[in-house]
Design a protein around this ligand. Structure first.
Ligand code: ATP
Ligand code: MG
Length: 383
């Protein structure tokens, strides 16, 4: 076996030595690695699917960064890789009735479908223990847009164009895989370290069925599209266009287009599509035209996202997007070797990564790969 060791040394590359040099020596990594090696002792002889369940102990929890109806979101460290992630913990006590458990399972299956779409927060893995369901995501360092605009002025129109285009493209990438988000709003748009918007929170999203239009209800009152309020089974991609119209208006003026102290009055205004441009000196005619075309009560006369992106206000050459960098082959190899050195069998790593298993080894792979996939270019509109 010494021969084998030497031969394998030769395969190792600079990336491997970088990872094992910076992480391999940590006490917690060595302890977890021992646990992994033990768990996989019987792997070679196992028939069928091998399950390696993640424990919460594979993460070190940091501060809480968000709170929703069912759970909390924490900043956390993925111990094996040292990567910073977001960990959403949903208490099972709140999920006692079957329908809330079904909702969580639905959120997870939609997350798996959209993870990897451009402009969408990436899901790394999902696991559970007796108390909680945990979802682990890439961490958006600059938080959500509500928090962001608390300390920043609104964008000028040219910057708004660049930024909104990215958001609209991200929403379109969801529609292309058959998902309507249904809750697009400031809270659910995060910013990564390069100020790139990342859509999150698929808690009430709808999977489109071409045979059967969706009738889903619920959402955030001021962003609700008329067809959601009417609940007549007309929910589709144009529902997100409405919310994005509300968002665009809000980003331009600093307040939403439909306002009322009473929810019923608010819904009346939305159903009639009654809103105004109150400030005469803000917003070009083209931008106002775009907003009005997104806030058409009848979905049939509302723009689609493709049309939004072709609208004269948005279709300017200055807002060209940059594609994420592909993962260099040697980096991929280095990550594989590092994960193997921790005790995961090579076949298990390959299987988990290629089949997007959303287990711990694919989560570690994606977290390390993210460092090389992140965009070089910087969305500088916020600088
Ligand atoms: P629900 O509405 O289904 O209850 P939620 O609102 O509790 O969901 P999220 O919207 O997913 O859950 O997260 C809540 C908040 O936590 C976000 O608004 C954001 O501030 C923060 N957050 C969530 N995910 C991340 C992430 N990946 N990186 C950084 N912050 C995040
Ligand atoms: Mg939310």
């Amino acid at each position: 076996s010494e021969d084998k060791e030497i031969k394998r040394e030769g395969d190792k590359n600079a990336y491997f030595f970088f990872f094992s040099g910076s992480l391999g020596g940590r006490a917690e990594v060595r302890a977890l690695s021992g646990e992994i090696q033990k768990a996989f002792e019987g792997f070679g002889n196992s028939e069928g699917v091998f399950e390696f369940g993640t424990r919460l102990g594979f993460y070190r929890l940091g501060e809480s960064v968000g709170k929703g109806c069912f759970g909390r979101v924490y900043r956390a460290e993925q111990l094996l890789t040292g990567a910073t992630v977001a960990l959403k913990a949903i208490s099972k006590r709140g999920l006692r009735d079957r329908s809330s458990r079904v909702k969580v399972d639905r959120e997870v299956s939609i997350l798996k479908r959209v993870s990897g779409c451009q402009g969408v927060i990436r899901l790394f893995e999902v696991f559970e223990d007796s108390d909680c369901v945990f979802m682990v995501f890439e961490y958006a360092r600059r938080g959500d847009l509500v928090r962001f605009f608390q300390t920043r002025p609104l964008l000028e129109e040219p910057q708004l164009r660049v930024f909104f285009r990215r958001v609209a493209e991200a929403a379109r990438s969801l529609h292309r895989v058959g998902v309507v988000h249904r809750d697009l709003k400031l809270e659910n748009i995060l910013l990564d370290e390069n100020f790139e918007p990342k859509i999150c929170d698929f808690g009430i999203s709808t999977l489109l069925d071409p045979e059967k239009p969706a009738k889903d209800t619920g959402g955030t009152p001021v962003y609700l599209a008329p067809e959601v309020i009417l609940a007549e089974g007309n929910v589709g991609p144009k529902t997100d266009v409405w919310s994005l119209g509300v968002l665009l208006y809000l980003l331009l003026f600093g307040y939403v287009p439909f306002r009322a102290n009473d929810v019923q009055i608010l819904y009346q205004k939305i159903l009639l599509g009654h809103f105004r441009f109150e400030e005469t000196d803000v917003g070009s005619p083209e931008l106002r035209h775009l907003i009005s075309s997104m806030l058409k009560v009848d979905p049939a006369s509302r723009l689609s996202l493709d049309q939004v992106l072709e609208h004269e206000w948005l279709a300017s050459p200055e807002s060209k997007k940059s594609d994420p960098l592909p993962l260099p082959e040697s980096a991929e190899k280095g990550i594989f070797l590092f994960l193997e050195s921790l005790g995961f069998p090579r076949a298990y790593i390959q299987q988990s990564v290629s089949q997007k298993a959303f287990n711990h080894v694919s989560a570690c792979f994606e977290a390390l790969a993210a460092q090389f996939r992140s965009k070089k270019s910087h969305l500088s509109v916020f600088d």
